[in-house]
Design a protein around this ligand. Structure first.
Ligand code: ADP
Length: 158
């Protein structure tokens, strides 16, 4: 299959760090696409807790055994990154109405910039609604055990 025929999705995010919530979304997206590129956006002014290298390593340890997955770092607009890798889909997870309010604006702006790129949303499994990177960071910062919230492959770091 040529690159043009492949269904390639970019799953952009901060992944600071990756949680079991992210992992569940990726797992459910795999049957829908030929390739999923998990892409760490390096363009936010927000201070990150884990370094870019550390966040990438966590993603690699979690997903590198799966052949349909690639891990990448990008700067600038998500739609431009999608074009550069031949992706026609942006994958995002939705946990709540507030996620939806935020995501719908971004998806509409992205579509106005690049009409051929569709944003695909997957609703979180209720079991993972509370699995947020923010909670993992808070537990980690204060020396607690956050193992249960992160993928098993990186449990030793938490
Ligand atoms: P961003 O800073 O771009 O929101 P995140 O790493 O926080 O990056 O999230 C990346 C994507 O994963 C977003 O679409 C977010 O809604 C989704 N996500 C995060 N946690 C969960 C979860 N527990 N269940 C489903 N989706 C989630």
């Amino acid at each position: 299959m040529s690159n043009a025929e492949q269904k390639i999705a970019v799953f952009p995010g901060s992944f600071d760090p990756v949680t079991k919530g992210h992992q569940a979304i990726v797992k459910r997206a795999l049957p829908l696409f030929d390739k999923v590129i998990i892409a760490i956006g390096n363009n936010s002014e927000k201070n990150k807790y884990f370094s870019l290298e550390q966040r990438k390593l966590f993603l690699e340890k979690t997903f590198s055994h799966l052949p349909k997955i690639e891990i990448a770092i990008f700067e600038g607009l998500t739609v431009n990154f999608c074009s550069s890798v031949g992706a026609n889909y942006i994958l995002r997870g939705l946990r709540s109405v507030s996620d939806f309010e935020y995501e719908k604006n971004i998806a509409q702006i992205n579509r106005s910039m690049q009409e051929e790129i569709e944003t695909v949303f997957l609703l979180t499994d209720p079991a993972y609604i509370a699995y947020t990177s923010t909670i993992v960071r808070d537990i980690h910062k204060y020396g607690g055990n956050a193992k249960l919230l992160v993928p098993d492959a990186i449990g030793d770091f938490f």
